[in-house]
Design a protein around this ligand. Sequence first.
Ligand SMILES: Cc1ncc(COP(=O)(O)O)c(C=O)c1O
Length: 443
Amino acid sequence: MSSAPLPANSNNLDAFWMPFTANRAFKANPRMLVKAEGMHYTNQEGRQILDATAGLWCVNAGHGRQKIVEAVQKQVKELDYAPSFQWGHPKAFELAARLVAMTPGDLNHVFYTNSGSEAVDTALKIALAYHRARGEGTRTRLIGRERGYHGVGFGGISVGGMVANRKWFGTALPGVDHLPHTHSLKDMAFSKDQPSWGAHLAEDLERLVALHDASNIAAVIVEPVAGSTGGLVPPVGYLKRLREICDKHGILLIFDEVITGFGRLGSAFASEKFDVIPDMMTIAKGVTNATVPMGGVIARKGIYDTFMNAPENTIELFHGYTYSAHPLAAAAGLATLDVYKEEGLFQRAAELTPYLQEAVHSLKGTPSVIDIRNIGMIGAVEMESRPGKPGTRAYDVFLKAYEAGIMFRTTGETVTISPPLIVEKGQIDQMIDTLGKCIKAAA
Ligand SMILES: Cc1ncc(COP(=O)(O)O)c(C=O)c1O
């Protein structure tokens, strides 16, 4: 192995082991982004790329927002870092107060993390510790759902249900079960918004309670809308039924709102849109418009209060990250919430939803398209696999769309659209038109 140092400005792409990427294919044909503003990236060749995915479902207010950039610049000069273990800084508290004012019910306490994965693992740990603190320490089982994505920590992959993310990594957490996913081509293909079929799938939770007994079950975690497995929209009544069954058996319900939070569904959070209040929600991505990494868990009052019973000078929860409530993230978060509010972006998303819905469903009838789904500012187009070559069709569409100047996201054989909420109708047309052409070209 050579240890010769590379020149500082080397074009050698070898050293960076890229996440969730076909490294060799990418490095043979890199898609390098060097600038971003508004709805567009600029690539290294100077071409504009229309962002149909808000980065990774995270740049909800569009790129390079001046107010957020300035807030971060100011913050880095003023207070670059402050620990959150036994210390604090004002913006962390201000942001938490602003966040809980946006959440429904008594979801009143924010625990900061740096990512969605950490938020998920944090929520699972809080669930276990909460039951133990109440004297119900036997409640240790966790329940996720097939086709769920909850990040890449050991907790997240254990409750998650994407086989490729799990199968390489051993046994993960013990004591985990999965509800069935809610997607059925036979019963709901081409549904607009929420499918009417499928609420009964929540009853599977009763089966797991009968199997294990509620006294052994700590929490259920689901994405209100499953994003990473291709925009799986919850059937009408499904989430409410999960809530009822959890209440009946004293099981905590966690909504993973990492994608659905901050306007994606035309409301601050999915819990508001579906009128179901979870016991905890995880957040990340849109909380800072992705300018600086940040995630968090927002817990109901009763959970927080349970931990506050120990003598006052004891640490109540042995958990946290060096960068929990990082000052740059807190500053970015505050400015981001300002932008969302000043520009009415959640409302804008709600208003644009019917337009996106009709646009994406106009692709029905395109050769190889077997399903189209949508809710809020999420659209998903699923194609039939080529015999013996799963995933290759969507990957081809992705590459062709990039050549045509659009960034889409694919998972399996599904192409998803989740643009920044500042998107214009003409840009939605451009996305759909290009997608249709690329799907035909990938026949
Ligand atoms: C629902 C959900 N949970 C958790 C995560 C993980 O977030 P991160 O990549 O910030 O760790 C994601 C990321 O896409 C997600 O969609």
